[in-house]
Design a protein around this ligand. Structure first.
Ligand code: PMM
Length: 281
């Protein structure tokens, strides 16, 4: 990826949600000062970059206004850029992307892959920053109703290829474009597992590096359900998240997007050491 010196391992992107309602850490960092403190702690714990978001994308979430989103993210972006962090913005709005790129953000993480705002690709292309196009099927509010696939890997591949091609056609350079299968976005648990199992195939077929966001998601809660069938709550999903990180790293993911950075920072180092040993034979 242009603009990101090789680390010889998968990168760890720490999540800094400035939202009162994110599914996994909602309400913990909804004031800017708290979000900045949290971001600084994630850097200490080994985050390679921080993903700042001001609008929740959890299933069923409603939209916030542009002004509210800007008010949430701008002070946090400013403080984290000033602290020397590599900062990405989790937004589907071109106006938010434009505002934070001016303030030093180097990657735009768009869970809509450019479908929510027709100006997004142009703004990113003009600025020359990196861009993540994630797979989803429309707004969070009712996306789970669209979790219907003939063959989830083939279908996501085809739909992500269309987002890739739209981004390229708008002038986003190929070497600044990342793709993301969008775990949990219009997907049931079995869809997420199928996509994780097919990561190398997805990267190869799509010809771009992948970002993987499994952190604390519901499919992990279901995997770890109690004997009475209750899903494990988000706070108890960090060890499983780190296990996914290790396996995603072995499968060649460019980055993982996680809430608990320390365990995943360790996991990517373990995976890299394992790879080096395997290569030496
Ligand atoms: N997941 C969430 C938000 N943003 N961005 C990318 N690229 N990939 C993801 O899987 C992703 C994302 C939802 O998680 P959160 O509410 O805990 O931030």
């Amino acid at each position: 990826m242009a603009g990101f010196p090789s680390l010889g391992r998968t990168r760890v992107m720490g999540v800094v949600n400035v939202t009162p309602d994110s599914f996994s850490d909602g309400g913990q960092h909804d004031d800017p000062a708290g979000a900045v403190r949290h971001g600084l702690r994630l850097l200490d714990e080994g985050a390679d970059m921080l993903d700042v978001g001001g609008e929740s994308t959890r299933p069923g979430a409603g939209r916030v206004s542009l002004d509210e989103e800007l008010a949430r993210v701008l002070p946090v972006v400013d403080a984290l850029v000033a602290a020397g962090a590599v900062v990405s913005i989790d937004t589907v709005r071109a106006a938010v992307a434009a505002a934070v790129i001016e303030r030093g953000v180097v990657l735009v993480n768009d869970v809509s892959g450019g479908t929510a705002d027709p100006a997004m690709h142009e703004v990113v292309a003009a600025a020359g920053v990196a861009y993540v196009a994630m797979h989803g099927r429309g707004p969070s509010a009712d996306m789970q109703a669209r979790a219907q696939y003939d063959d989830v890997v083939a279908d996501v591949c085809t739909e992500l290829a269309a987002r890739r091609d739209a981004a390229l056609a708008a002038g986003i350079p190929r070497d600044r474009l990342l793709l993301d299968p969008g775990l949990g976005f219009a997907k049931e648990a079995e869809h997420n597992w199928s996509l994780l199992g097919a990561l190398p195939e997805l990267a190869l077929t799509l010809g771009r590096p992948l970002l993987v966001g499994a952190s604390r998601k519901a499919f992990l809660g279901r995997l770890l359900a109690s004997s009475t069938g209750d899903a494990r709550p988000p706070a108890g999903r960090d060890e499983a998240t780190a296990a996914v990180t290790a396996l995603a790293a072995r499968a060649g993911a460019w980055a993982v997007r996680v809430h608990d950075v320390r365990a995943s920072a360790d996991a990517v180092r373990v995976a890299a050491a394992w790879d080096r040993a395997a290569t030496r034979g």
